[in-house]
Design a protein around this ligand. Structure first.
Ligand code: PXP
Length: 240
């Protein structure tokens, strides 16, 4: 099973100061050294974290799967066909949301998504739809022509107790439905070091896409060393 690491959150920290660091491109190369099978970025319409420059540089330096998450807009389709990521994941996008809140409305957007898939396929790009764990949404994704689906695990991740068991069951059923239809099936959103195992154990899943939890942990496991390096610089200079 592959692990795609989403580095958007590194860019969020950078954008908080509108500066050059931390660079999501550097973070991506380190993630690859750590074993990431893919790098994901979401180029949002408002460019709140990942910038066009990041995507272009990542296309040059990422030797593993580069997965571009994007809204199904004219602008993004043009960027994808030009930059040519290894995979395009279509996600819904609302300006005010903190993160992608739900799966794609494949039913409501059927005709536009059909057009988008056609244009991406014409450019040689495989397409994945980020969808809720609903059988109907898996079926419609297949009908529209998606190559893959990514099952939204957010409700599973947020649920507790019996509800979590039920949400996991929904994810499993959606995965199974996708496999039966011949789709490649991924999962992601809200997965952490504490809840990933039951999802990783689902048979037939192609991969997991994880961002926030990995970047959060990186901040904590990296703080000691970062302070040590700054302190060494200061002590060295203050001795002179
Ligand atoms: N998959 C998709 C389609 C997403 O939009 C996101 C969030 O950017 C993720 C996976 C990763 O979610 P998280 O940051 O909660 O791990």
């Amino acid at each position: 099973m592959i692990l795609g690491v989403n580095v958007d959150h590194v860019a969020t920290v950078r954008q908080a100061r509108a500066t050059f660091e931390p660079d999501p491109v550097m973070a991506a190369t380190l993630a690859i050294l750590g074993g990431a099978d893919g790098i994901t970025v979401h180029l949002r319409e408002d460019r709140r974290h990942i910038q066009d420059r990041d995507l272009r540089l990542l296309r040059e330096v990422v030797p593993v799967e580069l997965n571009l998450e994007m809204a199904a807009t004219e602008e993004m389709v043009n960027i994808a066909t030009e930059v040519k990521p290894d995979l395009v994941t279509i996600v819904p996008e609302k300006r005010q949301e903190l993160t992608t809140e739900g799966g794609l409305d494949v039913k409501g957007m059927r005709s536009w998504l059909t057009e988008v898939v056609k244009r991406l396929h014409d450019a040689g790009l495989p397409v994945s739809f980020f969808i809720n764990p609903e059988q109907e949404d898996v079926d419609i994704s297949k009908e529209i022509g998606a190559d893959m689906v990514e099952i939204h695990t957010g409700n599973y991740a947020n649920a507790l107790g019996q509800k979590r068991v039920e949400e996991l069951e929904r994810v499993k059923e959606a995965v199974q439905r996708g496999l039966t239809l011949g789709l490649q099936v991924n999962a992601g959103h809200g997965l952490t070091y504490y809840n990933v195992k039951p999802v990783a154990a689902i048979k037939g899943l192609r991969g997991l896409y994880i961002g926030h939890s990995i970047i959060s942990r990186a901040v904590l496991v990296g703080i000691e060393e970062a302070v040590r390096q700054m302190k060494a610089l200061i002590l060295e200079a203050s001795k002179q």
